[in-house]
Design a protein around this ligand. Sequence first.
Ligand code: FES
Length: 210
Amino acid sequence: MSNNTNNSTTAPPPPGPDVERRTAVVATAIVGGAGVAALAVPYVASWGPTDGAKAAGAPVDVDISGIPPGTMRIVKWRGKPVWILHRTPEMIRVLHQDTAALADPDSKRQNYPTPPYVMKDPALRSIRPDFLVVIGICTHLGCSPNGPFPAGVKAALGPWPGFLCPCHGSTFDLAGRVFKNKPAADNLAVPPYRFLDEHTIRIGEAPVHA
Ligand code: FES
């Protein structure tokens, strides 16, 4: 059974004994122009599934129409943060630049196999160029990286936009690919997902004809 986040609101849930069970933290991060730090604006959204359903891996449907270009939403699936980044044309352009700084630009390593249905363009690692969907857990020791940061904001990222793990400094580009010479060796994992329609992503199910 799937769950739909279309009814997510910014209003906090009423207090009660089952608040924790029925809510999940969703965050939106905004990437501005060069020199502007990423913003993280957490809010609490209504959440349908029980703990049992979530633990069992029930798919989660996400309305992506409310994610402005350049921003990211985080949803919870199987207890993990799943990032949905709405990439701008500029973000996509940067991903096609020189990949010499990346450890595994074509996602060939198999510790976290990248599904073939997101490998039409290895630089993007996504079904649609404009939406990246990855599990936001660092492949080194499991911290959750921060970001996305624009180019020039974090020294650890050098000239690139991307994500920075606060634990040991691994950095990832806007396709979740890890940079060289960092503690993490693997790109961020891609969960199974597919588009139900133009505005809805189902996390937890691969495309029917993948
Ligand atoms: S857990 Fe991310 S760099 Fe170590």
